[in-house]
Design a protein around this ligand. Structure first.
Ligand code: NAD
Ligand code: LMR
Length: 329
């Protein structure tokens, strides 16, 4: 149902626990699309994450250079690059977390849905390989349109008999990152203390920041809340227009993707109360087998209730489009 596809997101600041490498379990992370605009900085951020013991970098173009480059960073993770489709299985085998930023980005004037025709096929191929080579991995879907690529992945996994909704995540962390930045900017609150839940999907009006639940609370006018909501919903477009044909958000997305993957790793490692946002499931508590608990939406303002209603038909259509694609092709 649409309701079950509405993410619930009250991200807490990542905990700053430190692990000694002696007590840190082995964890393999694979990035599919690792040589792209997001993939490269994300590969670097995952190489810097002490929870990662093995980092598999897969892309159909440019992988050897990126893998050699990242591998020289003197941190724990062993880096391996995989460049051709026949190497995809090796890249995936044994992965605990698979992050997918493979596919084309938007240019000015396009919607995320305009990427469907190219990216749906890419996502279908990659998730079919995940079902075969690492069916128990936590899958972090970044490729757009997220509102449809996550349902495609779910259908692929269902057909393969490996679907577990606790292990499939649409990465919407960038919406939270933006909402926090814009809220802090408007209120003057220190950004590192700010928390803003964001619910819904990841496109236009399906992105719904809940400023009524933002902490610390601030007395913002209705106009200010409307403007902050719109800016968060249009955050991706703001970057696409500023890049003027050279793609969409890559650096802030790599940052957001690294936060979400880190939360997945912490959950797998048994760190309690890891709370992050995700599309398809909701605000989730991450544990050893993925999602442990989905949080409710909490009390919504009238403005937020209207926006939630308004997004449902678009979200439902995007979900159905993904399901139909996966079942027809
Ligand atoms: P990019 O073009 O710079 O990089 C994409 C990479 O994917 C390229 O290196 C390409 O070779 C690779 N690729 C293509 N097909 C592949 C396949 N079958 N297997 C493996 N790799 C493949 O694009 P980008 O800026 O990194 O964006 C990637 C995707 O992420 C886009 O769809 C974009 O819309 C999406 N995105 C999502 C969010 C989000 O919040 N979820 C944010 C930003 C971008
Ligand atoms: C974003 O929110 O930045 C991404 O979804 C990329 C885009 O096309 O806007």
């Amino acid at each position: 149902s649409v309701q079950s596809a509405v993410k619930r997101c009250a991200s807490a600041p990542s905990s700053a626990r430190l692990y000694s490498s002696a007590s840190t379990p082995e964890r393999k992370v694979a990035i599919l699309g690792a040589a792209g605009g997001i993939g490269q900085p994300l590969a670097m951020l995952m190489k810097l994450n002490p929870l990662v013991s093995d980092l598999a970098l897969y892309d159909i173009a440019g992988t050897p250079g990126v893998a050699a480059d990242v591998s020289h960073i003197n941190t724990r993770a062993k880096v391996a690059g995989y460049a051709e489709e026949k190497e995809l299985g090796k890249a995936l085998e044994g992965s605990d977390v698979v992050i997918i930023p493979a596919g084309v980005p938007r240019k000015p004037g396009m919607t995320r849905d305009d990427l469907f025709n190219i990216n749906a096929g890419i996502v279908k191929n990659l998730t079919s390989a995940i079902a075969k080579y690492c069916p128990n991995a936590l899958v972090n879907m970044i490729s757009n349109p997220v509102n449809s690529t996550v349902p495609i992945a779910a259908e692929v996994f269902k057909k393969a008999g490996t679907y577990d909704p606790k292990r499939l995540f649409g990465v919407t962390t960038l919406d939270v990152v933006r909402a926090k930045t814009f809220y802090a900017g408007k209120t003057g609150l220190p950004v590192e203390q700010v928390n803003v839940p964001v619910v819904g999907g990841h496109a236009g009006i399906t992105i719904l920041p809940l400023f009524s639940q933002a902490t610390p609370a601030a007395n913002l006018s209705e106009e200010d809340i409307k403007a902050l909501t719109k800016r968060t919903q249009d955050g991706g477009t703001e970057v696409v227009e500023a890049k003027a044909g050279k793609g969409s958000a890559t650096l802030s997305m790599a940052y957001a993707g690294a936060i979400f993957a880190d939360a997945c790793l912490k959950g797998l490692n048994g760190v309690p109360d890891v709370v992050e946002c995700s599309y398809v499931e909701s605000n989730v508590r991450l544990g050893k087998s993925g999602v442990e608990e989905i949080f409710g939406l909490g009390p919504l303002s009238d403005f937020e209730k209207q926006n939630l209603e308004a997004m449902k038909s678009e979200l439902k259509a995007s979900i159905e489009k993904g399901i139909n694609f996966a079942n027809k092709n």
